[in-house]
Design a protein around this ligand. Structure first.
Ligand code: GAR
Length: 187
């Protein structure tokens, strides 16, 4: 059985879908939630699901191996970023080569990079008059939203779409695809 750590800072709807997907799986379980934001919804999900969670500190995360050791002690096989907004430091990338993945709510390489997250992404896409958007699931390297793509799925943008309605369309794709792709990568 493989162990998944989910890194998330927000509501945690993707985290919930992944937890649900692996609940009775013979392949893997979500065994750790890592969060950098006190009070984030994902921490309540961790409590409700009886999954241990860690609230991480910036200094330790960016300048020590502290959390790498914790992940290793917890026998984590894969790190899944689901709305985690800090850059992953090089030492962490190197500790889990090819085993850290992220989901981005747009079709990278467009609308990625620092500061491009959540509603900022959807606002930029609508402002640019794009006819489609979607999701990108990709491997994580030391740069924001830059690692090799694993999967892209698209949705159509209609003239009446707003950043909010687009966000909802994109979230449907995220929930549909992220658990399946994580499972595929583990097998
Ligand atoms: C998701 O839409 C995810 O793609 C996005 O944050 C949201 C988290 O939602 N991530 C980024 O923008 C990363 N740059 P959730 O907390 O409900 O899963």
């Amino acid at each position: 059985m493989k162990n998944i750590a989910i890194f998330a800072s927000g509501t945690g709807s993707n985290a919930q879908k992944i937890i649900d997907h692996f609940r009775n799986s013979g392949i893997a379980r979500v065994t750790l939630i890592v969060c950098n934001k006190p009070g984030a919804g994902v921490l309540q999900i961790a409590d409700k699901e009886h999954i241990p969670s860690i609230l991480i500190e910036k200094e330790l995360f960016f300048h020590t191996d502290h959390y790498i050791q914790q992940l290793q002690q917890a026998n984590i096989d894969m790190v899944v970023l689901a709305g985690f907004l800090w850059k992953i430091p090089a030492n962490l990338v190197q500790a889990f080569p090819g085993h850290i993945v992220n989901i981005h709510p747009a079709l990278l390489p467009k609308y990625g990079g620092k500061g491009m997250y959540g509603h900022f992404v959807h606002e930029a896409v609508i402002r640019a008059g794009e006819k489609e958007s979607g999701i990108t699931i990709h491997y994580v390297n030391e740069k924001y939203d830059d690692g090799a793509p694993i999967l892209q799925e698209r949705c159509t943008i209609t003239p009446d779409d707003t950043p909010e309605s687009l966000a909802a369309k994109v979230l449907v794709l995220e929930h549909q695809w992220y658990p399946v792709i994580v499972e595929r990568l583990l097998t």
